[in-house]
Design a binder for this molecule. Structure first.
Ligand SMILES: Cc1cc2nc3c(=O)[nH]c(=O)nc-3n(C[C@H](O)[C@H](O)[C@H](O)COP(=O)(O)OP(=O)(O)OC[C@H]3O[C@@H](n4cnc5c(N)ncnc54)[C@H](O)[C@@H]3O)c2cc1C
Ligand SMILES: *[C@@H]1O[C@H](CO)[C@@H](O)[C@H](O)[C@H]1NC(C)=O
Ligand SMILES: *[C@@H]1O[C@H](CO)[C@@H](O)[C@H](O)[C@H]1NC(C)=O
Ligand SMILES: *[C@@H]1O[C@H](CO)[C@@H](O)[C@H](O)[C@H]1NC(C)=O
Ligand SMILES: *[C@@H]1O[C@H](CO)[C@@H](O)[C@H](O)[C@H]1NC(C)=O
Ligand SMILES: *[C@@H]1O[C@H](CO)[C@@H](O)[C@H](O)[C@H]1NC(C)=O
Ligand SMILES: *[C@@H]1O[C@H](CO)[C@@H](O)[C@H](O)[C@H]1NC(C)=O
Ligand SMILES: *[C@@H]1O[C@H](CO)[C@@H](O)[C@H](O)[C@H]1NC(C)=O
Ligand SMILES: *[C@@H]1O[C@H](CO)[C@@H](O)[C@H](O)[C@H]1NC(C)=O
Ligand SMILES: *[C@@H]1O[C@H](CO)[C@@H](O)[C@H](O)[C@H]1NC(C)=O
Length: 636
């Protein structure tokens, strides 16, 4: 029986009418942003206090706005752990149902993506299971699911695809509920509800994050994937910038903005990964790009953002409106300061690119020493290649005892014709030939970024639960001193020889002249190589053995890399979740200011992301002892 004080339909209608009225009454200011552009339709539907007047006071309290972020409000109610399912103060079903009504029916109770593989689940369906299993390593299905993530290892491996339906499938580290967002009011309601009820909040966009930042046991998820608007401005003006810009909804993915760029003739600074969320965690954490050696990081391009703050208020953040938050949001990490609903970023003129792939290996004729001499010649060329504005993604791995293979996958020579590319490569290719190493570059020129990117970067596989990664941003200083360069080379060779693959980017990411400084990792400004490696184990390895493998990887394998450049850092978004002293590694000298801003804008620690700013104040007590999100989140 519906309580007399409440009918959901009325509330939903009121919520929608609030924005409708504004439009009807011609209050144009309400659909216009301080950034100087119209808000997206999804952004004009905002939460108003009026909604609370229809709720009884107990329930209204759960959806009320917080005090403004600049207040130093101490948190008194919810110390200890975040409220967890099964706790006395976990919201009752009726409350979830009121919440869902306020949201207009957008609340989704989480069903793990692979639930259809398990006979204990009502979703059990072999046909569906086969389909999910066959697509499990394809990023699209995880991006399109409200709660799934692409690194199930850090969720807690609680419901993997299986051919044995009698195994167990649990919610594990997945959020309990997710809001399928299509407007700002829904985000405001979710933020207010999670804060007032003391429950964990996570923001999930695509679920690409390497360190489980977009999932959490017992959490309410905010799923931004469907915020897909894109608007191009040929003459955008703000804070000294005048030129082309694009406003992107938080759910826009790399391939979508590249397609738009091809259609309209601009080049966007986005990642190489096809389905990465360019206006979500990617840009908020810095974001390296095939265009970075010329234009810097994705975060450097950002001119304005629309954001729901931890207190539930919806604000436009620009250099002028809020310089501190503007600085922090551009590089300080996703899921930390607020929920971004859109960003406005500079874009650049159309540019041609030569894409080249080639490989070489040890063989009967090519000894190990010859192979490594060919590698060393390449390493020597890193400054010249990055300074020429190019970006190279290459893999080096051990393929057996004393056998190695190198794969350029691809070399992305922005603003180079094939002949200009060949000129740039001449010193290295000359050495390879002199060493007798056979290789055959396949080089093609494309007259626009999209086509070059689509040809050069294959869709990467995701969702392995038997491996983890770690990385380092090797600084230019390592190339400017022969002793250090030798040490760098030796460290890489030792890693690869020990069976750990190298997946690396030769690039740079300096802040271009005239751009506003931001909070992106200062180590990025110095780097000539973002190097990633990984460790893996067999299926069925015990948790204790996985843990010791992880520790060896973190301390010994990556330790060798750190020794060559102790003051450098690592890229937070493609890193080791257990990176020692992550504050220095991922944020460098920006950390103290980022931490102060975190206290100011999120005084109640509503937002938590593992290795995020302020995350050292919290810990997840995971059920398997691994650094995953399957457990309660508690203050330390
Ligand atoms: C296959 C693959 C390819 C990749 N390629 C690149 C690359 O070329 N360059 C590069 O720099 N990185 C790359 N990455 C790393 C990528 O940048 C990170 O995984 C990043 O976190 C992805 O952001 P997302 O929004 O897509 O993912 P999610 O996992 O959904 O979100 C990541 C983090 O950002 C937060 N977040 C997301 N949206 C919002 C929002 N609207 N407001 C506030 N917080 C938000 C989440 O809470 C979470 O903390 C790649 C990763 C993979 C798996
Ligand atoms: C908080 O900020 C909002 C706008 O961001 C404003 O409308 C409101 O009046 C402020 N509230 C207080 C208590 O200052
Ligand atoms: C999420 O909402 C959109 C509308 O914004 C709808 O098209 C889509 O089907 C919903 N997705 C799920 C999983 O409910
Ligand atoms: C190896 O060297 C021999 C003799 O120099 C040559 O005939 C042969 O083609 C080479 N093989 C490869 C794979 O390069
Ligand atoms: C491309 O190179 C030309 C010179 O060859 C230069 O004038 C132009 O600015 C470059 N464009 C970009 C985007 O770097
Ligand atoms: C390596 O290059 C050769 C041509 O030299 C090519 O035939 C082969 O497919 C390449 N291998 C890989 C793994 O790309
Ligand atoms: C060369 O690379 C292009 C992609 O850039 C690819 O379409 C083509 O098949 C490749 N050719 C060979 C011979 O490998
Ligand atoms: C080069 O690096 C080594 C090792 O870090 C250091 O001892 C040496 O002083 C450096 N040389 C110069 C010229 O800086
Ligand atoms: C670097 O290594 C090379 C090759 O091993 C060696 O010849 C050279 O002397 C080394 N340079 C320094 C400064 O250690
Ligand atoms: C681990 O098991 C899964 C299915 O259970 C399988 O798809 C995968 O290939 C296995 N991986 C390894 C490294 O054996």
């Amino acid at each position: 029986m519906a309580p007399s004080w409440f009918t959901g339909a009325v509330l939903s209608a009121l919520l929608l009418a609030a924005s409708g009225n504004a439009a009807v009454a011609g209050q144009k200011f309400s659909s216009f942003s301080k950034a100087g552009t119209p808000l997206f339709n999804s952004e004009t539907v905002q939460l108003t206090e009026k909604v609370f007047t229809n709720l009884n006071s107990n329930h209204a309290t759960l959806f009320k706005f917080g005090s403004n972020g600049t207040d130093h409000q101490p948190r008194s109610l919810f110390t200890g752990c975040k409220v967890f399912p099964g706790d006395l103060s976990w919201p009752l079903p009726i409350v979830w149902s009121i919440f869902d009504d306020l949201l207009g029916g957008a609340l989704i109770r989480t069903v793990p993506l692979a639930a259809s593989c398990y006979s204990s689940r009502p979703e059990y369906n072999q046909h569906k299971c086969e389909s999910i299993s066959s697509q499990w390593t394809d990023s699209h299905i995880h991006a399109a699911d409200p709660a799934s993530v692409m690194w199930p290892l850090f969720e807690g491996r609680s419901c993997l695809p299986t051919t044995n339906p009698s195994e167990s499938c649990s919610l594990g580290g997945y959020s309990s509920y997710t809001v399928n967002v299509s407007n700002v009011a829904q985000i405001q309601l979710a933020v207010n509800f999670a804060r007032n009820a003391g429950i964990r909040l996570v923001v999930k966009n695509t679920g690409h994050d390497f360190n489980g930042k977009s999932t959490g046991a017992g959490a309410l998820g905010i799923w931004t994937h469907n915020l897909k608007d894109i608007e191009y401005y040929e003459n955008f003006r703000i804070s000294g910038y005048h030129g082309p810009a694009v406003k992107m909804g938080a759910g826009v993915q790399a391939y979508e903005i590249y397609e738009k760029g091809k259609e309209l003739g601009f080049t966007a600074v986005g990642g190489e990964g096809k389905t990465v969320g360019v206006a979500g965690g990617y840009v908020l954490g810095g974001g390296h790009s095939p265009m970075s050696s010329i234009y810097g990081l994705a975060a450097d391009q950002v001119l304005a953002l629309e954001v729901v703050l931890a207190n539930g208020r919806f604000v436009t953040v620009t250099e002028k409106s809020d310089p501190g938050l503007f600085w922090a949001l551009r590089g300080g990490g996703g899921g930390t300061y607020g929920v971004v609903t859109s960003v406005i970023s500079r874009v650049h003129p159309k540019v041609g690119v030569t894409v080249s792939t080639f490989n070489f290996s040890t063989s009967k004729n090519i000894s190990t020493e010859t192979f490594w001499a060919g590698m060393r010649s390449y390493l020597n060329r890193f400054p010249a290649h990055a300074d020429a504005g190019t970006y190279a993604y290459f893999w080096v791995m051990s393929t057996g005892k004393n056998s190695f293979t190198f794969l350029m996958n691809p070399f992305f020579a922005v603003n180079h014709t094939v002949s200009e590319f060949n000129t740039l490569m001449k010193p290295w290719f000359h050495d390879l030939k002199a060493l007798g190493i056979p290789f055959k570059p396949n080089s093609t020129y494309y007259n626009n970024f999209h086509d070059a990117w689509a040809a050069g970067f294959p869709l990467e596989t995701v969702a392995s639960s038997v491996m983890m990664t770690g990385s380092r941003l090797f600084p230019r200083a390592n190339w400017e001193n022969a002793t250090k360069l030798n040490a760098t080379f030796d460290a890489l060779r030792a890693t690869i020889s020990a069976g750990y693959p190298l997946l690396a980017f030769n690039m740079k990411a300096e802040l271009p002249k005239g751009y506003l400084p931001n909070s992106a990792n200062p180590a990025f400004r110095q780097t000539l190589m973002h190097a990633i490696t990984s460790t893996s184990w067999a299926n069925g390895t015990s948790d204790a053995d996985i843990k010791s493998k992880m520790e060896h990887f973190t301390n010994d394998i990556l330790g060798k890399w750190r020794t060559t450049c102790p003051d450098a850092g690592a890229y937070m978004s493609e890193s080791d979740i257990s990176e020692p002293h992550f504050q220095q590694a991922f944020y460098g000298s920006n950390y103290a200011r980022l931490y102060r801003l975190k206290q100011r804008y999120d005084p109640t620690s509503l937002f938590y992301a593992p290795t995020g700013v302020g995350s050292e104040d919290w810990a997840v007590k995971s059920v398997d002892g691994l650094p995953d999100q399957n457990g309660r989140l508690c203050r330390v």
